[in-house]
Design a protein around this ligand. Structure first.
Ligand SMILES: Cc1ncc(COP(=O)(O)OP(=O)(O)O)c(N)n1
Ligand code: 3NM
Ligand code: MG
Length: 212
C-alpha cells in the first residue's frame, strides 16, 4: 500500500511571482522550510521547457521524499514520472487521466462547489483542491470565495483529503485547517516571499500550532 501523502503545506509554483529567482531555487528553499508537496504550474512555457523544469524538480524532490504534482498536463507528468497530476473542471477528465497514468499516481481535482467535489470523490480522486477559499489576485478566473464556512461544508460532505487554495497565508492558514482542510495550498505566500524558506517555516508553524 502507498504511504499516505502529506498535503499539509502544499506549494503551487508561479514563475511570474518568482522575481529573478528560478523555480528550482524557490522550491529547494520552500521544502527546507517545511513544504510537504509541490505542484509545478506552468501556463506559458513550451512543452519542452515544462518537461525540463519538471525533471529537474523531480530529481531534487525525490531525494527529499516530497511528491511532485504536475498542473494540467498529463503528458508532462508521464514524461517525467511525476507523483501525480492536478486537474481542473475543464482539464482532462479524471477517468481519462486514470487510464493514462501509472497505477498509484495521485490525481487532484479542483472543486468550486460541493457537487464538483462529490463527483471528484466518486470518480476516484485522491484529493480535492477546494477553491478559492479567499479572493486572490494570483488567479482571477475563479468562482466567488467559499470562505471558512464553505470549507466546513465541504469537510462534512467529503471523506478524501481536502486542500484549500486561494488567498491563503500566514494570517488565515490556521483557520483553514481548523475549518477541516487537510492542507493549505499557497502560491504568493511562498513564491513571492523574499525568503521562501522563512515564509514556509512560518506557515508550517502556524498550521502545526493548530494541532494538525
Ligand atoms: C491544489 C490546487 N487546487 C486548485 C487548483 C486550480 O486548478 P485549475 O482549476 O485547473 O486552475 P489552474 O491552476 O490550472 O489555473 C490548483 N492548481 N491546485
Ligand atoms: C492556482 C490557483 N487556483 C485557484 C482556484 O481558486 O482554483 S486560486 C490559485 C492561486 C492561489 O494563489 P495565492 O496563494 O497567491 O492566493
Ligand atoms: Mg488546470
Amino acid at each position: 500500500m502507498n504511504r499516505p501523502v502529506d498535503y499539509s503545506l502544499y506549494l503551487v509554483t508561479d514563475r511570474g511571482l518568482a522575481k529573478e529567482r528560478s523555480i528550482l531555487e524557490i522550491v529547494k528553499k520552500a521544502v527546507s522550510g517545511g513544504v510537504t508537496c509541490v505542484q509545478l504550474r506552468e501556463k506559458a512555457c513550451s512543452t519542452r521547457e515544462f518537461i525540463d523544469q519538471a525533471r529537474a524538480l523531480k530529481a531534487w524532490l525525490d531525494q527529499k521524499g516530497v511528491p511532485l504534482i504536475i498542473n494540467d498536463r498529463v503528458d508532462v507528468a508521464l514524461a517525467v514520472g511525476a507523483s501525480g497530476i492536478h486537474l481542473g473542471q475543464s482539464d482532462m477528465h479524471i477517468r481519462d487521466a486514470r487510464c493514462l497514468l501509472p497505477e498509484g499516481s495521485l490525481i487532484g481535482i479542483s472543486a468550486e462547489s460541493q457537487e464538483d467535489a462529490l463527483a471528484a470523490e466518486r470518480d476516484g480522486g485522491d484529493y480535492i483542491g477546494i477553491s478559492p477559499v479567499f479572493a486572490t489576485p494570483t488567479k482571477t478566473d475563479t468562482a466567488p470565495p467559499l470562505g471558512l464556512e464553505g470549507v466546513r461544508r465541504m469537510r462534512k460532505a467529503i471523506r478524501i483529503p481536502l486542500v484549500g487554495i486561494g488567498g491563503i497565508g500566514l494570517s488565515n492558514g490556521a483557520g483553514v485547517m481548523t475549518a477541516g482542510a487537510d492542507g493549505i495550498a499557497v502560491v504568493s505566500a511562498i513564491v513571492a516571499a523574499d525568503d521562501p524558506k522563512k515564509a514556509a517555516r512560518a506557515l508550517k508553524k502556524a498550521i502545526e500550532k493548530n494541532g494538525t
